[in-house]
Design a protein around this ligand. Structure first.
Ligand code: CP
Ligand code: NVA
Length: 308
């Protein structure tokens, strides 16, 4: 049994095995009716707790559906429903939940909550997003890239905009899967040095380029995300939008990348802010496959965590 806390905490071999399992499970389901169970039921007799301290559409629904397809059951809990925010320590919550459930997925604010939960839980814990990282998303993104274009190793991925939690997990993945990563955005939105340094030490060519047009030259994949994440104060919205506006992914920017460059966004997107509808709905966009692959990738992550 193992936790899935971050991409840099999982070995490259295990990450590759997870992607392979996800792809195989996706293919095995092809032709299956929506709502049907998988032929294999590796999670039968398993109860999975899904804890959300922030809103979610994709993570919530894809984990829930994934568990059910594999024969398990879920309970979805909001932070407010638990005693988490009302004085009971995370450690004590972890000990108690471990007596009831077989796996815990948590979306929270501060990374310390995830880490403390995993330290004290006796069952595997999965990171469903913190203020710092979003590893399940990037497993789906790597899977999606490879489905469309083959191995991601050696490719050039460009992140345009805010160097946020999703960007951080991309940097983790750059080191683990061996692709080049260029960040383009204003300096105050740079990804943390720790993420950049680690990716470089792992052998990835990481570039910080302020000029978005230069950044996307020869890009194989262009990615962006919201300019205001759930952990960002709404009072900073106007300033963030004004500063990040030059990094919008639009047709003009896409035209400077390779002609077959893919576009990804973890969603939810803010159309005409970080990305135009013309790009989101255009021929290079794979955002719906990306969203679907959350389901398949997370099913494989859960199997890996539980060893089933
Ligand atoms: N991409 C993603 O994690 O979406 P949700 O916030 O809807 O779960
Ligand atoms: N960066 C975004 C991702 C949402 C899936 C956020 O944290 O709000």
């Amino acid at each position: 049994m193992a936790d899935f806390l971050d991409i840099n905490k999982t070995s490259p071999e295990d990450l590759r095995a997870i992607i392979d399992t996800a792809q195989a499970m996706k293919i095995a389901r092809q032709g299956a009716k929506r709502g049907t169970f998988d032929a294999e039921q590796p999670l039968s007799d398993h109860m999975v707790a899904l804890i959300f301290e922030k809103p979610s559409t994709r993570t919530r629904v894809s984990f829930d559906v994934g568990v059910r397809q594999m024969g398990g059951q879920t309970m979805t809990l909001s932070g407010a429903e638990l005693q988490l925010g009302h004085g009971e320590t995370i450690a004590d919550t972890a000990r108690v939940l471990s007596r009831y459930v077989d796996l815990i997925m948590i979306r929270t604010f501060d990374e310390s909550v995830l880490l403390e939960l995993s330290e004290y839980a006796e069952v595997p814990v999965i990171n469903g997003l913190t203020d710092r990282t979003h590893p399940c998303q990037i497993m789906a993104d790597v899977m999606t890239y490879e489905e469309h274009r083959g191995p991601i190793a050696g490719k050039k991925v460009v992140w345009s905009g805010d160097g946020n939690n999703v960007c951080a997990s991309f940097l983790h993945a750059a080191g683990r899967f061996g692709f080049d990563f260029t960040f383009t955005g204003p300096h105050q939105f740079d990804p943390e040095d720790a993420f950049v340094g680690e990716a470089r030490r792992a052998g990835s060519k990481v570039t910080i380029e302020r000029d978005p047009v230069k950044a996307v030259e020869d890009a194989d994949l262009i990615v962006t995300d919201t300019w205001v994440s759930m952990h960002d104060s709404q009072s900073t919205k106007e300033r963030r939008h004004n500063t990040l506006r030059p990094y919008q992914v639009n047709d003009a920017l896409m035209a400077h990348a390779k002609p077959d460059a893919l576009f990804m966004h973890c969603l939810p997107a803010h159309r005409e802010d970080e990305v135009t509808s013309s790009v989101m709905d255009g021929p290079n966009s794979v955002i719906w496959d990306e969203a679907e692959n959350r389901l398949h990738a997370q099913k494989a992550i859960m199997r890996w965590c539980l060893g089933v």
